[in-house]
Design a protein around this ligand. Structure first.
Ligand code: COA
Length: 164
């Protein structure tokens, strides 16, 4: 069974999430978490972390994760970053469920009006399956082609801004 939860940087699973981000997203580009922290200083300080966790004989294991940076770059807007699923578990619906968790938090609890991301071109189809829209302008980030994608707050989202 896969458990979906929101964690903080203090959770022991955060280290595993960083290892997954490195393996799936950064190492293929010749980068690591030190590079990411240096280049995107604000992200891990301000993000909310969503993980997919399985029980493994050796303990709990993070098999997927994604970050939401709320109110970035403007109030009411959020950015989805570092979407990654363990290669051995891709195609099982884990990525979809993580984005649903993130959207539920973004729109239903925080009350954001839009969430966007910079999608690698190879992942555009994934976000489109989830109802995201694609800006036609291609740009390079970390040396590979990307497009800006976004989803607006659904009309029926319950906006219950948190006070915490
Ligand atoms: C892209 C990624 C997050 C998708 O996660 P996943 O758990 O494998 O995806 P899911 O199983 O939830 O797929 C949901 C749907 O998207 C489709 N899909 C998944 N990856 C896709 C891709 N790269 N291109 C097109 N469609 C894709 C699936 O077929 C499925 O379609 P369905 O609605 O017909 O069932 C994962 O493959 C991954 O980590 N890739 C490497 C890192 C990466 O590209 N991250 C995104 C950077 S912007």
């Amino acid at each position: 069974m896969i458990d979906y939860r929101k964690i903080t940087t203090k959770d022991p699973l955060y280290t595993q999430l960083c290892e997954l981000r490195e393996a799936v997203l950064l190492r293929p580009l010749g980068k690591d978490m030190a590079w990411f922290r240096d280049r995107y200083r604000q992200v891990d300080d301000h993000a909310e972390f969503f993980v997919a966790v399985i029980d493994h004989p050796s303990g709990q294991r993070v098999v997927g994760g994604v970050l939401l940076v709320p109110d970035y770059p403007d109030p009411g807007v959020g950015k989805l970053v570092q979407m990654a699923v363990d290669p051995q578990r891709q195609g099982e619906g884990i990525g979809r469920r993580l984005v649903i968790e993130l959207e539920s938090r973004a729109f239903g609890e925080i009350g954001l009006r839009e969430v966007f991301c910079h999608a690698q071109d190879t992942a555009i189809g994934f976000y489109e399956r989830l109802g995201w829209q694609t800006d036609p302008v291609e740009f390079q980030e970390a040396g590979i082609p990307h497009h800006r994608m976004w989803i607006a707050q659904p009309a029926d989202a319950k906006t219950q801004p948190t006070t915490a």
